[in-house]
Ligand binder design. Sequence first.
Ligand code: ZN
Length: 413
Amino acid sequence: MTVNKVENIEERFNELVKKFPILDTHNDFPYNLRVQLHYEFESTKEFNFDSLLTSQTDLVRMREGKIGVQFFSCWIECKEDDMYYQDFNKPNSVVRDTLEQIDVVKRLVDEYSHSFKFVHTADEALKSFRDSETKKISITLGVEGLHQVDLSLAVVRQYYDLGVRYITLTHNCDNPFATAASSVTGGLPDKGLSDYGRDCVKEMNRLGMMVDLSHVSHKTMLDVLEVTQAPVIFSHSSVYSLTKHERNVRDDVLKLVKDNGGVVCINFLPIFLKQPGHDEVTVEDAVDHIKHIVNLIGWDHVGFGSDFDGIPKGPVGLEDVSKYPNLIKKVWGATGATEEDIVKMMGMNVLRVWKECEIVSERMKNKIKPVESNWDQREWIFYEYCREFPELFPGAYKIKEKENIYKDTQKLV
Ligand SMILES: [Zn+2]
């Protein structure tokens, strides 16, 4: 491939970022507020997001990095020490903990509203960035794993209402919906997407919630790409053929992503970028991963999902949120891309996918009602006294009787 020499990259880049946002689909900063401050950032006087922090994300470096749209990840870990657990009925606190993550991002946006705006649509994300003359960063949310909805599509709907715009189908554990890449690495079978998972993808499509395939198994990727009615994202995944890690995206999947219209946002975690023979992982490795996607399926399917503040250390030249310009200029020089292609990679691809998901949602909402499906192995446990409550209509108690478990009546004192 001959590479056209690009003149004046520096100047042209500075012009481009006035009109087009740099977008990152995955930043784990909220989790550090959870672990280190128990979310008490307002009352911790040492914490000022508008000054240089020692982590990888703060407003000073977000401005320097010209970030225009940020998805903050509301990640909560899987709930068992044994990551291969399959007992999904066990009650846990993951929904509460996810709500705390959502809450802390919203409070951060309010506290630093001179530089942040919480947005709900792709158009609003772009408009706010442009109307503020790049002064305001558009903020939205992702949830990292369907274990975070516990067992319920109702929670998926409520997360959407709270402003979450993508859900990753798994984290590092299987759930009733799908199989995780890490389980397959651990020796468990790759069952792909379950029937309940299919219902969930349909409901996410109906809501306009982007389906995120980072962390899922190879078969889950293939199954989803067969059933989804909207384009998918990989919120933080790199390329398997350069770095053979089960979390990375194989070429057969990349080709299907092209047909699907989706986008793969490159993860900066060094273990997902390290190539054989390279002693040290640098920004050049990220450039190679981007080039591989572009050569295989074109410029419409690539973006950034840094994983900053969810990784111990970034590659050399990609250490923190100030470094996106470094990566973009290096990709530009190495590929001789057009400005149109560069802005797609910077963020317009993800905004296009987000918008297409909204359009699919509008179309589906006219045709189908909220999906009422429940997981077929869910335990429904009630007390005996419930059976004495008035019946909805003759025979109503019989409908689910076989699935219900009735325990002895609670002793009321
Ligand atoms: Zn992750």
